[in-house]
Write a protein that binds this ligand. Structure first.
Ligand code: PLP
Length: 304
């Protein structure tokens, strides 16, 4: 399919960090070992069923950003799929610290995955004895190019085909992947998902609109992932004296909004200036988005 919105793979985000996989040290079930040597049995339920949860934590400098919020969301996700936490949540900060030192990480991301472990034979119901798999590894971070923030990016709307527990950060991401792929094939940066006429969130981001001067985003419930950056952006908006409203809005309201932007760990606050081929307002990043972007940058630069 030809890109139709003017965004092409030429603009694909650049990579800020590079390392050789063979030299990367990862954590797997109590061991620190080279990525190339890390092995999970093929009967792992994460592999067979997507029966697991994950987190992506960003490091500014060597400091994990909002780690406590990530740990809390991790625990919420585990509880949501009835996966015993054992000591995983309390061990995470120490594991991330050690990986940061071992790999000399800075300004990148760390991926955490926790599955119901491997069991034989393959059965849908939970195995009687669960020995979860915990993997923590450095992630090559792909941030959007500077022009994406200066000019804004195009998005498309798509039906939200996901299950009804989007508050759980499950590794079962096929509907999100399909949506992102469709966006990319149509020359768009993000797919904005719509359920019952209401905007829920992006395929890997939360979506905000400025409507009547207010900063509006879907409330946290089972229809969206409670994004860490969403929470930060809401706090910053309030600090800037903006009126914030956690309320779902329609596609129509979004298409007629003064501004639309997304938030995520990797992208922070990024303006969306075209939706389904139509410009948002003047088709340029708006003042609220730019102020929030700057406030977000200032906050994280102060942390690194
Ligand atoms: N919504 C979905 C579906 C996501 O996958 C993500 C991040 O991966 C987000 C929102 C943004 O969450 P965060 O700000 O914690 O990165």
């Amino acid at each position: 399919m030809q890109p139709v919105l003017g965004y092409t793979t030429r603009h694909i985000e650049h990579t800020t960090t590079f390392w050789r996989a063979a030299l990367t040290i990862v954590y797997l079930n109590g061991e620190y070992l080279p990525l190339a040597e890390a092995r999970v049995p093929v009967e792992d339920r994460g592999f067979l069923f997507g029966d697991g949860i994950y987190e992506v934590v960003r490091l500014y400098g060597i400091q994990p950003f909002r780690l406590q919020a990530h740990v809390q969301r991790f625990a919420h996700s585990a509880d949501g799929i009835r996966l015993p936490l054992l000591h995983a949540a309390e061990e995470l900060p120490g594991i991330i610290d050690r990986l940061t030192v071992e790999n000399d990480l800075r300004d990148t991301e760390v991926y955490v995955q926790y599955t119901r472990g491997h069991a034989h034979p393959r059965t849908h119901a939970f195995p009687p004895e669960v020995r979860p798999t915990l993997l923590v590894m450095p992630l090559e971070m792909h941030v959007p190019p500077a022009t994406a923030y200066e000019q804004g990016m195009p998005a498309i709307t798509l039906p939200d085909l996901r299950w009804r527990r989007c508050d759980i950060k499950s590794t079962m991401l096929v509907p999100n992947l399909m949506a992102k792929q469709q966006a990319r094939e149509q020359g768009a940066w993000e797919a904005i998902m719509v359920r019952d006429g209401l905007v829920t969130e992006g395929s890997s981001t939360n979506i905000f609109a400025v409507i009547g001067g207010r900063v509006v985003t879907h409330p946290t419930n089972c229809s969206i992932l409670g994004g860490i950056s969403r929470e930060v952006a809401l706090g910053l908006a309030a600090e800037l004296g903006l009126v914030v409203l956690e309320q779902a809005f329609t596609v129509e309201q979004m298409l007629n909004a003064q501004e639309v932007f997304l938030t995520s760990t990797t992208q922070e606050v990024l303006p969306l200036t075209q939706i389904d081929g139509r410009p948002v307002a003047q088709g340029r990043p708006g003042p609220v988005t730019l102020r929030l972007r700057e406030a977000f940058r200032n906050l994280v630069l102060a942390k690194s």
